[in-house]
Design a protein around this ligand. Structure first.
Ligand SMILES: [Zn+2]
Length: 307
């Protein structure tokens, strides 16, 4: 079970990614033939689970039929020496994918994160992100030719005769920030995003654009979305968010003043909250953000007076 005491979900470096070994096709073949190795099957970005909603793990040596029906499996890493691979059954209709994997259902990792251990949630999310990248990188963005899997699935190389470009899994960084008011009483700015439920408040966030540092992105997003100028900025931590390719980078920002003006586009409303306001919400059963989000950690550390 996931608890708030753990760091943000989906990270933790649980697998040895064995970068020096995975480049050797002979080593990958030997891992696939190893009795200890396992496969994590996916279908259309969803992990395949048993009737009890436990992610399916199949020994590679028992999965010849499945392996014959999919593209090359992606090597994720070594778990205490045992190789873990992900396979994508997206090319099959859902019932066939379930049958091939011996699964009962295909579910989003985020829908079952509360019941997964930290390591399993992280490995499932990593697998999902890798397979998503492969589906979108079958052709070279430079010349349009087909690409071929290399390095155990961590590179695709273009087969075009005059190209040969290498493609690597792509990460899309985003910044997420808790904005604090200057002076006392301590207050933080939370906003209601377009489409969010009534009385659903969260920290502000946005994608980093080309040519920006993370700090530039925080300052621009807060100015654009909330009309807030930042006087001080401190890094708080980060979170892998492979839904499909995110990396969330958390900051605490101190606003230069208490004035704000939401853009009415992405944000429909914003408010300053004191620590007592947030504690009262928690006491009334209103959670501080999603259980698997770094949002919750930013709010939690602010509430505890940390960071
Ligand atoms: Zn190419």
């Amino acid at each position: 079970m996931r608890t708030d005491e753990q760091g943000p979900a989906y990270g933790g470096g649980w697998l040895d990614r064995a970068a020096a070994l995975r480049a050797d096709p002979g080593w990958i073949s030997a891992r696939l033939a190893d009795r200890e190795s396992v496969l994590l099957p996916f279908w259309q970005d969803r992990c395949l689970v048993s009737a009890e909603r436990a992610p399916v793990r199949l020994p590679t040596v028992d999965a010849a039929g499945l392996l014959a029906a999919v593209d090359e499996p992606v090597f994720l890493g070594l778990d205490a020496g045992r190789a873990v691979f992900a396979v994508d059954l997206s090319g099959h209709p859902e019932p066939a994918a379930l049958r091939l994997a011996g699964a009962a259902e295909a579910v989003d990792v985020r829908a079952i994160v509360a019941r997964l251990g930290a390591a399993e949630a992280a490995v499932q999310a990593y697998a999902k992100g890798m397979l998503h990248w492969h589906r979108g990188q079958r052709h070279c963005g430079g010349c349009g030719a087909l690409t071929r899997v290399r390095d155990g699935g961590h590179t695709r190389s273009c087969t075009g005769p005059d190209c040969g470009r290498l493609h690597f899994p792509r990460i899309e960084p985003a910044v997420i920030m808790l904005v604090e008011a200057p002076g006392e009483p301590g207050r933080c700015l939370l906003a209601r995003h377009r489409g969010a439920a009534e009385d659903s408040w969260s920290t502000l966030a946005g994608f980093v654009e080309i040519g920006e540092s993370l700090e530039d992105a925080v300052r621009r997003e807060l100015a654009e979305e909330a009309g807030v100028t930042v006087s001080r900025l401190a890094y708080q931590g980060s979170q892998a968010w492979p839904f499909p390719a995110g990396l969330m980078v958390g900051f605490r920002a101190t606003a230069a003043g208490t004035e704000f003006e939401v853009d009415g586009d992405e944000l429909v409303e914003a408010r300053w909250f004191t620590r007592d306001d947030l504690r009262a919400r928690v006491a009334a059963g209103r959670p501080l953000g999603r259980i698997d989000s770094i949002d919750r950690h930013l709010l939690g550390s602010w509430l505890d007076g940390r960071g």
